[in-house]
Design a protein around this ligand. Structure first.
Ligand SMILES: [Zn+2]
Length: 55
């Protein structure tokens, strides 16, 4: 990782990276790999309040 953007939950202001998890957004397919598996866009999920938000 060359660039690390500081992330913060917009709901509870949690910015502990260990409490923020990347989640695949299954409604948002970026592209299909050569094997035909969909690659999804990712969103962030707050482990504290459950809020899902864009990076
Ligand atoms: Zn939160």
């Amino acid at each position: 990782m060359s660039e690390y953007k500081r992330l913060k939950c917009p709901k509870c202001q949690n910015e502990n990276p260990r409490m923020l998890h990347e989640e695949p957004d299954k409604k948002n397919v970026l592209y299909y790999s050569m094997q035909g598996t969909p690659v999804y866009a990712t969103k962030m999920k707050c482990g504290k309040c459950g809020m899902i938000f864009d990076k």
